[in-house]
Structure formats: C-alpha cells, structure tokens
Ligand binder design. Structure first.
Ligand code: KG4
Ligand code: ZN
Length: 353
C-alpha cells in the first residue's frame, strides 16, 4: 500500500510517500523557521499563509522524489489535529480535495499518534504494551500503548501522564528566549549545553505527588528567569552554556524520573521516546543509558523523524487505511484533538469510497 502523508499542523509543510507503513520513498519537509524567527515564535496567520504557498509544490516534490504519480497512490493521510487551526486546515483540505477528485480513501491522523509511529520505521518489532513518551513543543504526554496484533497495525492509547503547565519543548523555547537565543530554542540550547557543565547550577527536583505520573516544567523555567534577573552575566559565555547544560539536565531528569516511576508501576515491555524534543542529544543519551541500567527496552526514531514530518503521518494513516478507517469528506480539523483511549473511527462513521 502506497500512502501519501501530509503534515501542516504547525510551522512545517511536509509531505511523504511511504510503502506499507514501513519504507520511506520520499520525505520532504519545508521549515518556516526563517519566517517566524524575527517574532521569537510561530505567528499563526503567517504560518497558514506560507502553508498555502508551499503545500502544492511540496506534495508534488514528494511524489516526484518517490517516482510515483497520484494514480499510483492508494490512500492519503493528513494530520487533522492537534495544532494551529489555520495550519491544519491547509493540509487537511488539500488532502480532502485530492481524495475527492481522485477517489482515494482519506485517513485523518492525530499528530501525537503520528509521533508515536515515527518509532515504527526503524523498530517495527518493538514490543507492546509500551510506554510512549511524546515530548514536543505543544505536548508532554505519557501513553500506555497496547496492540492486539502485537505490532504497529492496531494501537490503542491511554494517557497516563501529562504536563500540568508548560510542555518540555515550550520550556526550552521560553528559556532560550530569555537568554536572548533564537527560535526554536531546543536545538540552540542542545548545542550550547555540549560546552557547558551540567552540574554548575542546581534545580530543585520537580515533585508533584507520589502517585501522579504528571510532569511540570514551569518551575524550572521560572528558576532560570529568577537566576538571570539576579545575574545578567548568565546571558554571557561561559556561564550561559553552563546554565543551558544545567537547565537541560533538570528537564531530562524530570522526564526520566516520571517515566521510570510509570515503568515500575505499569511494567511495559518497552519504552518509546518521540516528538521534537526527542531530538535532544542529552535526552537520547540519558534515556538510552538509564533504560539499559533499569533493564528496559528503549526505542527512539532517527533525527529526521523526531521533529515534525509527514512520513510518520503516512505510517499512522496506513494502519488506519488497512483497518478500513476512512475519514469522511466532512472531516474537520480539531486544534485541541486528544489521543483517546481508542482512536478508532466507529464503523457507522466510515466513509465509503
Ligand atoms: O514535534 P515538534 O517538531 O513540533 C510540535 O509538535 O510541537 O517539536 C518542536 C519542539 C520545539 O519546542 C523545539 O524547541 C524542540 O521540539 N526541539 C528540541 C530539539 N530540537 C527540537 N528540544 C531540545 N533539543 C533539541 N535538539
Ligand atoms: Zn510534532
């Protein structure tokens, strides 16, 4: 099955062609970062306008790179939420129009589910039930993921932990901004932290309650804000790199301690890490080391698949299309879409092609 994936939930216009949910034939990502850098964050109206300009050429390029045309595509998968409403509508409407005019089935994919599927390309044999930690600019969620078939064909999700305030990526972006660094802050802090001492500054451990599996990052962010207010010198090197390394370590420790607690309570067969922040070098390294020490299997995607892309949307969409879960032409974008306990479309709501 050849599936065209389309992703426009935030500030990347992306399209990809994936065979059988496994083999990436093309993966085109146009980042709008230059447009938004001047504003220190994504400007929703500018994002929608740029998606409109790019969506046609990016989809064409994905088809060209894969050496196929629309006739050879068996179905189209597009992100329908969560994300920025204007951005989502561009990709979803484009996909709906292609499906309607070419009589192709449509899969409406939850962006967070897409991130979980980013692990499936290199680790199709990953074991379930799994604990999936999705860390992005908008979300920090811990899911209990089950599979009846034992693989990625039919996953169901239960949210077991989430952030009570900022998402991890949001904390990176905000801390970068207050240190005068460019947007998005994650990659910049990651780079500076490599030269810094992660023990230079101490942050109090994030404590919510003993039983909760929730996260919180605003305390760490506020601590950085207070430190910088008291000492402007922290915005200069070499202290800035030390602060970046220490902040990063506090975020990694907060993510790890809750994930370990969840693993001890729920006894998953594997741990999966995904979402834009999963590109973080220290997070990948620390999780790899600590899961190994704890005797837990650990999977994460290669770098190009961690930040927003359409290959992961095509992979999640392929599973839906194979199950016959076609989205209707009346499918709407939902900026606040949740990944529910079961993300299945009931048979009564399926759309006949
Ligand atoms: O998944 P993603 O591309 O978009 C959303 O769905 O939000 O995640 C974007 C987030 C941004 O907050 C960005 O700063 C963060 O991922 N990020 C990183 C790194 N690369 C991207 N955070 C830490 N270290 C990185 N290397
Ligand atoms: Zn994302």
């Amino acid at each position: 099955m050849l599936v065209l994936g389309i992703e426009t939930s935030c500030d990347e216009t992306a399209a990809a062609v994936v065979r059988d949910g496994r083999e990436i034939l093309s993966n085109v990502i146009y980042s709008q970062v230059k447009t938004h850098t001047a504003y220190g964050g994504v400007v929703p109206e500018l994002a929608s306008r740029e998606h409109l300009l790019k969506i046609g050429p990016i989809v064409d390029q994905a088809l060209n790179d894969a050496g196929v045309n629309l006739d050879g595509i068996d179905g189209i998968a597009a992100t329908s939420g969560p994300g920025l409403i204007g951005s989502l509508l561009v990709g979803l409407t484009y996909a709906k129009a292609l499906c309607f005019s070419r009589h192709k089935p449509l899969a409406a994919v939850n962006h967070i589910e897409g991130h979980i599927y980013s692990v499936s390309f290199e680790h199709p044999q990953a074991e379930f039930p799994a604990l999936a930690l999705v860390v992005s600019g908008g979300h920090t969620n811990l899911f209990w993921v089950e599979s009846q078939s034992g693989d990625f064909r039919d996953l169901t999700y239960k949210l077991v932990g989430k952030t009570r305030d900022d998402a991890a990526g949001e904390a990176y972006d905000k801390v970068a901004k207050l240190l005068g660094l460019s947007y998005p802050g994650g990659p910049v802090i990651d780079r500076l932290a490599k030269a810094g001492n992660r023990e230079a500054f101490r942050f109090a451990n994030v404590k919510i309650s003993d039983r909760s599996l929730d996260f919180s990052f605003s305390g760490i962010k506020t601590a950085v804000l207070r430190m910088v207010k008291e000492n402007e010198g922290l915005k200069q090197e070499p202290l800035r790199s030390d602060l970046c390394a220490s902040f990063q370590e506090a975020v990694v420790n907060a993510l790890w301690s809750t994930t370990l607690k969840a693993a001890q309570q729920l006894q998953p067969k594997s741990i999966m890490l995904s979402g834009g922040v999963a590109a973080n070098s220290r997070l990948r390294e620390a999780f790899a080391q600590r899961t190994a020490e704890a005797g837990l299997k650990f999977y994460f995607p290669k770098l190009i698949l961690t930040t927003d892309n359409a290959a992961m949307i095509a992979a999640a969409g392929t599973s839906k299309l194979m199950r016959g879960e076609f989205a209707g032409i009346d499918t709407n974008a939902d900026p606040n879409m949740r990944l529910a306990i079961s993300d299945r479309v009931p048979a009564s709501k399926r759309w006949k092609v």
